[in-house]
Ligand binder design. Structure first.
Ligand code: ADP
Length: 847
């Protein structure tokens, strides 16, 4: 903050009102201070204007009073002058009147006697001596008319009192006669039309009224000669009659204009006449008229200008204040933002000195702003071992060459720990558009970097796994048919195009080459339109085996629908190369077939003596029949009927022998495994028939039980026969080898329909013997090929049985029978699923 002006002055030097005002001022809010600062000058200008107006008003009043005073004084001076003159004249007239009466002045001498009087008094226009009968005895008239005009000084009838006239001279005459005193008349117009008034001095001869001496004053001359010139130069002095009409004045008024009334008037009666004439002094306020005063108007105009300018300034200030408020709120907003954000901000001047750091920067580095502001490079947050690198980066920063994407740096905290940060640099521009420094923003990217590294690692692992897979993985967008992802195996086999995907996904594609991808996809879009993705992704994950001709390879293809990272519906195929497996399976199948045949041959080989013995019976019987017949024919001891019967018996025996041989041939004959509808009892019958030979030789009894009308099976009957025969033979051998008593020399073969949760409807074949049972070690290795406990055993019987049963989707198991702890035999059982399709077609799924 800049130092305030007040602070520049020492506190002690301030007086108490200053302090008081200062305290009050500081208590005001900023808005109030601004208002006072605007209104203060306005108020003082108005105050100044008011002071000027009141000063003017006071001065004008003063002037007015002075003028009034002057008018009054001048009027009074004039009155005094006139009075003195009138009194002096009156005294002279009285003296003359006495002379006339006492000295008996003749009419002829009158003129001589009065001429000096009249000559010295220009205001007197007429001096007449009248008798008691109102007749003119003598007179002295002053006239200004030229002799050629014909007007004489005696021609003054208007001034004469006339009996019964109501004119002023008559009335004054009567009044004087009666009061016996000098009497003044009111003003009237004389014979020439001039306004005059008379003073009449009555003449008494021993108390007898003897007439009067009449002096006539010209009002106009009275004013002209007896108002002092210095008075008339200052003020207009006029004489008015009773009605206020101006009769004479020191100033000439233009003819016809009404008498002007001055602003200041002072009126006094004309003494000692007291005849209604009034002396008026007039003053004009010409000097200080407020309204007409130029100075006043200048001051007023300047004040108005100042007020207007102040108002303008106020308005401007208000606008500035609004802008300031907006700026303050903007600054506060920015500061709040700056304080709340997690990005560290650092400002530098053009020389690289830190001028500002925000709280986030301090929090990030652990340094306080006092530690940082004003610092020059090397900065405290530079790691010690990276000063050179940082200096180079700073150099680059100051030259404005920092990359726009920011730079990654290592930053040291106050406690010496290091973290990764990303810095972005932008120039600081002042309002004039000039660069003043650089603003650097810094974010801690340790966590982000760790996560990114982890993500990269996991992505790498993921890609490595996918790339390393032997299976071809491909993802194609359903709508565009665009290859979104393909792993290395896919690229190796099909290249980075979607054609391979179409080849693998389209059923016909494998045989007819590449089908148009778009078409196949479009069809699937139509089919799948409106289905929720979740169901799609779950659907269609069954595997199919596809042969790709161009590669001469078999693939196990699993398809899934999934939502791609950008939300598109995509199909993913995982194609596993199963050519090897197919090959191995084919080899294994052919080997198994060979083994089966071998096994049958072995079985037959083993059974050879039994078979020979079995064949011996019908052959012996045939021989016996033939010998018997030959003897009886030679002796002619046989009739035709007996011969036919004997021949039929012979034929039956031969047939029996043939059947045995046929069955053995059928059993041993190498043939492709053929599944067909077969019935359990046929299989059991044939197996028991073949086993019968061996059982009889070993003296072992067999009990068979086949459930009534069991459902048909879809099996290769010869193979199942082989399994049953094998189990029966193993049981017989075990019993025989253990030299068991007759009671235990029996085997049970039961065939029952079963139902279980996992296998569904099956038919179970159970072979139970009462032999020695299976030992622990034998149980563990029972189905191992070439495992045998017998001296001449091959050990492939049970392993073949298991593969035959499992290839028919059945199960085989062996358990011991116990009597307490002692085994009293064992039970081999296997299940076969019943035929459910009820059709002769082979199941397609395991083609
Ligand atoms: P081989 O009969 O040629 O020995 P097998 O695979 O058929 O081969 O039998 C394996 C072994 O299982 C036989 O050697 C025998 O020890 C034992 N075994 C099979 N069936 C029985 C049985 N019913 N009772 C006792 N042991 C048996």
């Amino acid at each position: 903050m800049p130092p305030t002006v007040a602070a520049a002055r020492p506190r002690a030097a301030r007086t108490w009102p200053e302090r008081l005002f200062g305290r009050w001022w500081r208590r005001q809010s900023a808005a109030h201070q601004d208002r006072y600062a605007t209104l203060g000058p306005l108020f003082s200008v108005l105050l100044f204007l008011a002071a000027i107006i009141s000063a003017f008003w006071y001065l004008r009043n003063e002037e007015f009073e002075r003028e009034q005073e002057a008018v009054k004084r001048d009027t009074e001076i004039s009155q005094q002058q006139l009075r003195l003159r009138l009194i002096e004249n009156q005294e002279q007239l009285v003296r003359m009147a006495r002379d006339i009466v006492t000295r008996g002045i003749e009419r002829q001498n009158f003129a001589a006697h009065t001429s000096s009087f009249v000559r010295d008094r220009p205001e007197i226009t007429n001096l007449i001596w009248v008798g008691a009968d109102r007749s003119r005895i003598a007179g002295h008239a002053v006239t200004t008319f030229l002799p050629e005009s014909g007007v004489t000084s005696d021609d003054t009838p208007a001034s004469m009192p006339a009996l019964r006239s109501n004119a002023e001279p008559e009335r004054t005459f009567v009044r004087g006669r009666e009061s016996r005193q000098t009497t003044y008349s009111g003003p009237f117009a004389d014979s020439y039309g001039h306004t005059v008034f008379q003073v009449q001095v009555p003449l008494f001869e021993r108390s007898t009224f003897a007439g009067a001496l009449i002096a006539e004053y010209s009002v106009e001359r009275l004013v002209r000669y007896y108002v002092p010139s210095e008075v008339s130069s200052r003020h207009a002095i006029s004489l008015l009659d009773r009605q206020g009409r101006a009769l004479a004045s020191t100033v000439m008024t233009p003819a016809g204009s009404p008498p002007r009334r001055g602003a200041i008037n002072h009126e006094v009666p004309l003494a000692p006449a007291h005849n209604g004439l009034v002396l008026r002094g007039q003053g004009h306020r010409t000097s200080i008229g407020l309204i007409s005063n130029t100075l006043f108007w200048m001051v007023a105009a300047l004040s108005v200008l100042t007020v207007w300018m102040l108002l303008g300034t106020g308005r401007h200030m208000r606008r500035r204040l609004q802008m300031q408020a907006a700026l303050v709120s903007e600054t506060n907003f920015r500061r709040a933002m700056e304080n709340s954000m997690l990005t560290g901000m650092r400002a530098m001047d053009l020389e690289g000195r830190i001028t500002y750091v925000n709280p986030a920067f301090c929090a990030m580095t652990g340094f306080s702003d006092a530690d940082l502001i004003g610092q020059r490079p090397p900065f405290p947050h530079w790691p010690r071992d990276r000063v050179d690198e940082n200096r180079r980066l700073l150099e680059q920063e100051l030259q404005g060459k920092s990359p726009a994407g920011g730079i990654e740096v290592k930053v040291m905290r106050k406690d010496g720990t290091i973290f990764d940060a990303r810095m972005y640099v932008s120039p600081l521009i002042d309002p004039k558009g000039q660069q003043t420094g650089w603003m650097t923003s810094m974010t801690n990217i340790t966590e982000a970097k760790r996560i990114r590294d982890q993500l990269t690692a996991s992505h790498e692992r993921f890609t490595t796994v996918l790339e390393g897979l032997d299976a071809a993985v491909s993802v194609v967008s359903v709508q565009q048919g665009e290859l979104l992802f393909a792993n290395r195996s896919y690229r190796l086999w099909f290249g980075a195009v979607a054609a391979g995907h179409a080849l693998l996904s389209g059923g016909q594609a494998s045989s007819s080459g590449a089908a148009p991808v778009g078409e196949a996809i479009d069809e699937s879009v139509d089919d799948l339109g409106g289905l929720p993705t979740q169901e799609l992704t779950d659907a269609g994950s069954d595997s199919r085996e596809v042969f790709v001709e161009s590669l001469q390879k078999w693939f196990d293809v699993r398809a899934r629908y999934l939502q791609w990272t950008d939300g598109r519906l995509a199909q993913m195929l995982i194609a596993t190369d199963i050519t090897e497996r197919r090959h191995a399976e084919a080899v294994a199948a052919s080997q198994a077939e060979k083994a089966q045949v071998t096994s049958r041959l072995v079985t037959m080989g083993e059974m050879a003596s039994s078979v020979a013995h079995e064949l011996n019976q019908p052959l012996t019987a045939i021989t016996n029949y033939c010998n018997g017949m030959v003897t009886r024919v030679e002796n002619n001891a046989i009739d035709k009927g007996d011969l036919v019967a004997a021949l039929q018996k012979t034929a039956r025996q031969a047939e029996r022998a043939g059947q045995i041989i046929h069955r053995i041939r059928a059993f041993v004959k190498r043939s492709e495994p053929q599944r067909q509808r077969a019935y359990a009892h046929t299989i059991v019958e044939d197996a028991v028939e073949l086993a019968g030979i061996e059982l009889r030789r070993r003296n072992v009894a067999i009990h068979t039980y086949v459930a009534q009308r069991p459902p048909p099976l879809m099996v290769d009957p010869i193979l199942i026969e082989q399994v049953v025969l094998n189990l029966l033979k193993n049981a017989a051998e075990a019993i025989d080898n253990a030299h068991l008593p007759t009671a235990r020399r029996r085997i049970e073969l039961r065939v029952l329909p079963r139902h279980s949760e996992e296998e569904g409807d099956t038919i179970e074949f159970i072979v139970t013997d009462h032999g020695p049972g299976l030992k622990e070690e034998v149980l563990a290795r029972l189905y191992e090929a070439f495992f045998s406990t017998k001296v001449d055993g091959l050990g492939i019987g049970l392993s073949l049985c298991r593969s035959i049963i499992e290839s028919h989707r059945g199960r085989i198991k062996a358990t011991n029978l116990y009597n307490g702890e002692t085994p009293i035999g064992c039970r081999f059982s296997f299940t076969l699923p019943v035929e459910t399709s009820r059709s002769d077609a082979p199941a397609a799924a395991t083609a």
